[in-house]
Design a protein around this ligand. Structure first.
Ligand SMILES: [Zn+2]
Length: 485
């Protein structure tokens, strides 16, 4: 991460250099980019000149991210709450945050051989607080030490980072290359995917709307979905977006455990293509559903509404968002990290909601549609198993609705071994005077816990699923988020 920040800073400086570059007379147009790069490298090699250049353009990164108050001035106080150490009447942000000053005269910079460094414990823009584990060591003396030049390059880093912030967390999109020219190009493209209508809030270039998140993965997933929705209807929007995101590492910063924590999620979204194919599949499947609803003269559902409805159904009752969103985070993390549908956690969510809400409980919205969309992309084999067991659960639930009811759900839920599970199903069969094709269950014995979860969800869907009337009268995700409070 340390080098990422440095590379970003360098790229930002390059962007400014490029902007302000005037080619010597007689230079042909086609060779312009080559000469700019060379000139920039020349500047880089002369550290005094380079530092002078950074001083000259020092406030440009701030301009890039529009962190200004109404009168056009930077809201430095808001960003860097004053501490005793900070000079009160400094002329510019450079002085304000103490860049360019030296704490220890004869120590070497962590990045170059220059002596005279600053212990980097001050706040890093745009963070209002210190990021404790940003530094490799908790011991102040062993932390990163930077010379004045490198302090400034680090500061520049923030101009071209695509980040966003919710109440207590933030995601940062880092270019995964070290080539400053490539990063500079990427930075320009990233500018294009900023969502303009929420730019009023400087930190929120993307944010899932209608969904209240607490943990990093449950924040990341709907954020990616927001970006997907944004790309719809734009020429090459989806392709461009995927290209950008595959060149980017995503790190999430959260205040979860009191201090700031960094979650490196780059491994999680190494298959960004798959995630977007899931959204696309879901989109296509929804078109089918909407065709049928319109044929019946009913209003069709928007993709955002359906996604929010589903995602908001994955929370449970609890004192705070830490409790409410815990299982949803687990489910989302499994999807993003392992590209798997975590049926067991899903069933835990369902059973917990039944326990706390009883007959008022409403089953996960658009469960079949979304699970099918996910499995069609990531696991066709499991899709077959899911469809058969889900159907079996649903019809079993329909049969038991008026007789055994909820108690049957708990009997099956409480089984602790594969044998116990099958025996309970056989007993249920007898009680309901029906016959189940238990071959699928026997086949799936090795993963009986998943099978059990899918079956129970199918049954719960039969008991607590939305009735047609209710679907028509619902207004979508936001209402759902409120209901779960
Ligand atoms: Zn240095």
């Amino acid at each position: 991460m340390l080098l990422d920040w440095y590379n970003n800073g360098l790229a930002e400086a390059y962007i400014l250099f490029e902007k302000n570059y005037s080619a010597p007379k007689g230079t042909k147009k086609f060779s312009r980019s080559i000469s700019i790069k060379k000139e920039f490298e020349k500047l880089q090699s002369d550290r005094n000149e380079f530092e002078k250049f950074l001083d000259k353009y020092k406030e440009k990164p701030l301009e890039n991210i529009k962190i200004k108050k109404k009168n056009g001035k930077y809201d430095i106080k808001g960003l860097f709450p004053a501490t005793k150490k900070q000079k009160k009447d400094s002329k510019d942000i450079w002085d304000k945050i103490g860049y360019g000053t030296i704490d220890i005269k004869n120590e070497k910079c962590s990045l170059c051989n220059n002596t005279g460094v600053k212990l980097n414990t001050q706040r890093f823009f745009p963070f209002e607080r210190k990021i404790v584990n940003y530094f490799p060591s908790f011991k102040e003396k062993e932390r990163l030490k930077l010379c004045t030049l490198h302090q400034k390059i680090y500061f520049y880093s923030f101009g071209n980072i695509f980040y966003n912030k919710s109440n207590d967390r933030m995601s940062i999109f880092y270019p995964s290359t070290e080539d400053f020219e490539k990063i500079a190009n990427l930075s320009k493209r990233i500018q294009q995917i900023r969502i303009s209508n929420i730019e009023k809030d400087y930190f929120r270039n993307i944010k899932p709307e209608g969904i209240i998140t607490y943990y990093p993965y449950e924040f990341l997933y709907p954020s990616l979905f927001s970006l997907y929705c944004w790309s719809l209807g734009k020429k090459r929007g989806k392709r461009d977006l995927i290209n950008i995101l595959t060149d980017i590492k995503i790190e999430l910063i959260s205040y979860l455990t009191g201090g700031l924590n960094i979650f490196d999620t780059s491994a999680s979204i190494s298959r960004i293509d798959d995630l977007f194919r899931i959204f696309e599949k879901f989109d296509t499947n929804l078109v089918g559903v909407n065709k049928r609803t319109r044929a019946k003269g009913e209003k069709s559902f928007s993709i955002k509404k359906v996604f929010n409805w589903f995602f908001n159904s994955l929370t449970i009752k609890g004192k705070n968002y830490e409790d409410k969103n815990k299982l949803r985070e687990q489910w989302t993390k499994c999807l993003l990290q392992k590209y798997k549908v975590d049926f067991i956690t899903m069933n835990e969510i369902v059973m917990d909601n039944i326990r706390t809400q009883g007959n008022n409980y409403k089953f996960i919205g658009f469960y079949d549609l979304i699970i099918r969309s996910i499995l069609e992309v990531i696991n066709m084999d499991e899709l077959n198993m899911f469809e058969q067991v889900n159907r079996m659960g649903y019809s079993l639930g329909k049969k038991a609705e008026d007789t055994l009811g909820e108690s049957m759900l708990w009997d099956i839920f409480r089984t602790r071994t594969a044998e116990d599970f099958v025996e309970t199903l056989v007993r249920t069969q007898v009680k309901l005077r029906t016959s189940l094709d238990l071959r699928k269950i026997e086949e799936g014995k090795s993963q009986w816990r998943e099978v059990k979860a899918i079956l129970l969800n199918g049954m719960a869907n039969a008991f607590y699923g939305y009735k047609k009337e209710e679907i028509k009268n619902r207004k979508g995700g936001k209402k759902n988020a409120e209901r779960k409070k």
